[in-house]
Design a protein around this ligand. Structure first.
Ligand code: 13P
Length: 256
């Protein structure tokens, strides 16, 4: 498998500029010798540029947690992909379940954002995942299919190969209830089979499909060894620098 594990910390609405700069400076020291893992941090918008500056010339990259699809204009409160890129970020999280549930995002808005992110030179981390109700009704694969098909409509096969998809079962987010490694692998393999069907084998092989939902230092190993789990999107556990560094360390292909 040629996909390098990608570990991203989604800080959600946590950490000030000051806290961010301290964290990034310490983390870059802790992970400076780690190879074979892509490390990404997603601070709030206010800390994006300071984070990127503090991470300059290191193996830590920065992501925004959301974006708007227009380049500029009268859109009070919104931030464009172009602005995010210019602030020094390389990635952007799109369609997180909290944005879908609390802020009305849909597969259609996700699609517009994914296309605009690529156009601005950002790598989207597109989030998908079923709710507990949907899982219990046996709808998981149908939900994932719609999220992938509609969310990635019009994206070229070449760009699918650069994309990161985060499978985050909503019932596992912030609950301490992780999907089992078998449940994660099953969903990831399904997503990859759809990518193969809709975008071709090369795109499907290159696309990172990472897992999110109560990832911790003590469960990352079981998840990362699954053949279709290419990394993790870590929420709560990424706020603690030692815990996050441990998750990164344990994600290396060579880690025991
Ligand atoms: P937790 O790791 O806190 O469950 O959050 C997962 C998540 O939403 C990452 O985007």
């Amino acid at each position: 498998m040629s996909r390098i594990p990608l570990i991203a910390g989604n800080w959600k609405m946590f950490k000030t500029v000051d806290e961010t700069v301290k964290y990034v400076k310490e983390l870059r020291g802790l992970v400076k010798d780690i190879q074979g893992v892509e490390i990404v941090l997603a601070p709030p918008f206010t800390a994006l540029h300071p984070a990127a500056e503090a991470a300059r010339n290191s193996n830590v990259a920065v992501a925004a947690q959301d974006m708007f699809w227009e380049r500029e204009g009268a859109f009070t409160g919104e931030i464009s992909a172009h602005m995010i890129r210019e602030a020094g970020a390389e990635f952007v999280i799109i369609g997180h379940s909290e944005r879908r549930t609390l802020f009305g995002e849909t597969n259609t808005t996700v699609n517009r954002k994914v296309l605009a992110a690529f156009a601005a030179g950002l790598v989207p981390i597109a989030c998908i995942g079923e709710t507990l109700d949907q899982r219990e009704r046996g709808e998981t694969f149908d939900v994932l299919d719609r999220q992938v098909q509609q969310g990635l409509d019009g994206v070229s096969a070449e760009r699918i190969g650069q994309l990161v998809i985060a499978y985050e079962p909503v019932w596992a987010i912030g609950t301490g209830r992780t999907a089992t490694s078998d449940q994660a692998q099953e969903a990831h393999a399904h997503i990859r089979s759809r990518l193969r069907q809709w975008f071709g084998p090369e795109a499907a092989e290159a696309c990172h499909v990472i897992y999110g939902g109560s990832v911790k230092p003590d469960n990352i190993r079981d998840l990362i060894v699954q053949p279709d789990v290419d990394g993790a999107l870590v929420g709560g556990a990424s706020l603690d620098i030692r815990g996050f560094a441990e998750i990164v360390t344990k994600s290396r292909a060579s880690a025991a």
